[in-house]
Write a protein that binds this ligand. Structure first.
Ligand SMILES: [Mn+2]
Length: 386
């Protein structure tokens, strides 16, 4: 059987206040076209459909249409909640989704109540999918009790609780079926992309790759945004996000994983590049150097680090040169004080606010009479010209 593994769509995520819904739509359409052309048996979406627990109507519309289009190709569509998704809301829509041929799994479910999904592929092969949506450390004890039906040791660690849950969910794996696991979590030694929510990626949440059973033909993970293979007893993959979610993720090419698996052979994984999102790039240089990039950056979304001291109107100069700059910053090297001394503000000498502002600018290596004039005008406005 053949299926597609993707995750971390983060629909609704903005970048420095810039909406990327149009890009997210292009990327999801690209995925739907791919699934249709390849006549796949299943699509596994391993969590973080949305950026937010309360996504906008536009974000929900895009996700609903995408999942409907995927189901319309004849593929089994299985979606688990990530830490960004609102698990209870996904579960509330589970009956609707189910009627449309889409399996939504918000919270962890016992084996006989949707924790394991079985279907038959176009090839006639039996497929078993154990589904483990994101489990917070706070919820892990209850989740373990719910699935294993035994009071979990409250002292037992998060990784042991997840091991217990996965042990039960995968206990029905059969030698004559393709056995798959889907989960949204951090595996120890995984490489972060940069856009993950750090509080839920720290050590206490991480599990060793040995929690996955030897007889899994493929483990489809979400949460880390970089596509990667984890050293484990069975094939464990993060598909990564299909578009770079933040500037920290600009250096790698987003993909989805196309997987071919049979009950008796190791899974074959092919990366399919996803190309319709705009590239994220960081440019560094003086205003003159940045000028040489103008006209060469296409529609790339830019973060610009200016390598010269700040002056009035600098941001506008950069935007004029590079209209796609979402963020303009002074390179830290040039933002630090160069005089080495701080003004002795208020030590026995009365200074006007304008003088103090001028001294402050001097410590930042910024000397521009226009800036002083602007400050004076603003100061007059808020103090009534007094
Ligand atoms: Mn996540």
């Amino acid at each position: 059987m053949r299926f597609l593994h993707t995750a971390d769509w983060h629909v609704g995520k903005t970048l420095k206040g810039h909406s990327r819904l149009d890009e997210q739509e292009r990327v999801l359409r690209e995925i739907v076209r791919l699934v249709r052309a390849q006549e796949l048996d299943a699509v596994l979406v391993a969590g973080d459909l949305y950026e937010s627990a309360a996504p906008s109507a536009a974000a929900q519309k895009l996700v609903v249409r995408t999942l409907m289009a995927l189901a319309d190709t004849g593929a089994e569509v299985i979606v688990i909640a990530g830490n960004h998704d609102h698990a209870a809301t996904l579960d509330a829509y589970r009956p609707f989704a189910g009627a449309a041929g889409i399996t939504l799994v918000g919270a962890v479910r016992p084996v006989d109540q949707g924790g394991v999904i079985e279907f038959v592929a176009r090839t006639g092969e039996r497929v078993t999918v154990a589904v483990l949506p994101f489990v917070s450390t706070r919820y892990a004890v209850r989740a373990a009790e719910l699935v294993t039906n035994t009071p979990a040791e409250h002292t037992s660690a998060y990784d042991q609780q997840l091991r217990d849950i996965l042990g039960l969910l995968t206990s029905g794996f059969r030698t004559d079926a393709v056995n798959l696991v889907m989960a949204h979590l951090t595996v120890l030694n995984g490489t972060f992309g940069g856009g993950e929510r750090s509080a839920q990626s720290i050590f206490e949440y991480a599990v060793p790759a040995t929690v996955f059973p030897l007889d899994a033909h493929y483990v489809a993970l979400g949460h880390l945004h970089r596509r990667q293979v984890i050293a484990a007893p069975c094939p464990v993959y993060y598909s990564g996000a299909p578009l770079a979610v933040d500037f920290g993720e600009q250096e790698y090419e987003p993909v989805v994983c196309l997987v071919e698996a049979t009950p008796t052979t190791p899974a074959r994984v092919t990366d399919i590049p996803i190309t319709t999102a705009r590239r994220l790039r960081t440019l560094r240089g003086t205003i003159d150097e940045l000028g040489t990039f103008a006209g060469t950056v296409g529609d790339d979304l830019l973060r610009v680090w200016v390598r010269e001291p700040a002056h009035a109107g600098l941001r506008d100069e950069v935007i004029d040169l590079l209209p796609n700059a979402l963020e303009v910053r002074i390179d830290p090297e040039f933002a630090t004080a160069v005089t080495g001394s701080r003004p002795t503000i208020g030590v026995g000498i009365e200074r006007t606010p304008l003088e103090l502002f001028g001294e402050y600018c001097a410590t930042r290596n910024t000397d521009d009479p226009r800036l002083n004039a602007l400050f004076a005008r603003l100061h007059d406005r808020v103090t009534g010209g007094a």
